[in-house]
Design a protein around this ligand. Structure first.
Ligand SMILES: Cc1ncc(COP(=O)(O)O)c(C=O)c1O
Length: 396
């Protein structure tokens, strides 16, 4: 029987964030409405400049979504039939589907379980003369651990390196490098649930490469160079000005929000240790001291923003039962991702089989994303860890 007070913890709470910003955002939206410039235009340009400044990068090209940001970069590289693009099997579908949409072949590679990033050796042994690009995904808000090593592999073979930074706007790596500094560019998503989320779909490519930025500005607008003169086969990958207006208001809060996310992540670490569920961070195997495997913050101490904790993802035993138990007690969780990409029906024709990528397949059965957002209260966070401890006491 449940005796304590029930503290409900939604997995996400956008309402709390929006309440605080409502007036400012409505004013910004009114400004766009009165301008009648609804697509691209000065609002989007301002956002591009502000994002580039935030990331200390020279160029930012806004797009209609994170997926379209990736797609237009591959289009810019001229990737097409017969080409191969090495991608993680452990990521969101769009990281790989963009290659398939251009009739190139996504070539999957397995992941390392501490930072959830693609493994260097896995990339290296899959390079062929047809390999045109490697996409690394900075999952959950952290620069993928092997990114610097993979950059060397790409340099050696003359292959483009693209960062899927959909979840990692603002994250940095050990040398203080942030997204967009490792390879050709980084692609960002501003999907509403992201740390910096629009009120609809939106995305961006950030880069140090002036030529690429110029090409992407054309590609996102049907490859149009002058009015109705089309230099490339592009698409409609343009950002709406209303989204840019929302994002500009939120960008001013982002550093503060990300600091709060990090504080909550470190508090999760402490709470799990105090509850006797984890001995420390980064353990790889379950044992008596580690019922819950905590994510390692890989570049801690080396950079001010090593991880922006878009998600706080732990690994647990009995994941489905625990998830149900938490749901029964009003606590929302998510699974990113239940099925690795090599086992997705959409990629069936590529011929992969269960067992091909053991790390990703194991993660798919164990990962659990816990609530983490700036508005999460300490009482709510205590309730999450308290219920998990209760579950393991009762069922283990
Ligand atoms: C890793 C990753 N790649 C790509 C995307 C695609 O971004 P969008 O939803 O903005 O198209 C997402 C967003 O969910 C993502 O998490």
């Amino acid at each position: 029987m449940d005796t304590g007070d029930v503290v409900r913890v939604p997995f996400l709470n956008l309402a709390a964030q929006h309440e605080a910003l409502q007036q400012e955002i409505e004013e910004a939206l009114q400004r766009v409405i009165r301008s009648y410039q609804f697509v691209l235009g000065s609002e989007v340009e301002e956002l591009e400049q502000e994002c580039a400044a935030y990331l200390h990068l020279p160029y930012a090209v806004a797009s209609s979504s994170g997926t379209d940001a990736l797609l237009m970069v591959l289009m810019g590289l001229g990737i097409g039939p017969g080409d191969e693009v090495i991608v993680p099997t452990w990521t969101f579908y769009a990281t790989a589907s963009v290659a398939a949409r251009l009739y190139a072949r996504p070539v999957f590679a397995d992941t390392e379980p501490r930072g959830f990033g693609i493994r260097t050796e896995e990339v290296e042994r899959r390079v062929t003369p047809r390999t045109r690009a490697v996409i690394v995904a900075h999952l959950y808000g952290q620069i993928a651990p092997a990114t610097e090593a993979i950059r060397e592999v790409c340099k050696h073979y003359g292959i483009a390196l693209i960062e899927d930074a959909a979840q990692a706007f603002g994250a940095q790596c050990s040398n203080g490098f942030g997204i967009g500094r490792f390879g050709l560019c980084a692609c960002v998503s501003f999907y509403p649930t992201k740390n910096l989320g629009a009120w609809g779909d939106a995305g961006m490519v950030v880069t140090q490469d002036a030529e690429l930025a110029g090409q992407l500005r054309l590609l996102r607008n049907h490859g149009m160079e002058q009015r109705y003169l089309h230099r490339y086969i592009g698409g409609n990958f343009r950002m709406d000005a209303l989204q840019a207006a929302v994002l500009r208001v939120k960008l001013r809060r982002l550093a503060e929000w990300n600091a709060r996310r990090r504080a909550l992540a470190h508090r999760y670490e402490r709470l799990f240790q105090e509850a006797g569920l984890a001995e420390g961070v980064g353990a790889m195997e379950f044992d008596a001291r580690n019922q819950v495997l905590l994510p390692a913050e890989l570049y801690a101490n080396a950079t001010p923003v090593p991880h922006v904790y878009h998600q706080y993802v732990v690994r647990v035993r009995h994941r489905e039962k625990l998830r149900q138990y938490l749901a029964d007690h009003g606590i929302g969780t998510e699974v990113y991702y239940p099925v690795p990409l090599h086992l997705q029906p959409a990629f069936h024709s590529l011929g992969y089989r269960p067992g091909d990528f053991p790390v990703a397949e194991r993660l798919a059965a164990e990962v659990l994303a816990l609530p983490i957002y700036p508005e999460l209260t300490l009482q709510q966070q205590d309730a999450v860890v308290g219920r998990i401890a209760e579950f393991f006491r009762r069922y283990d």
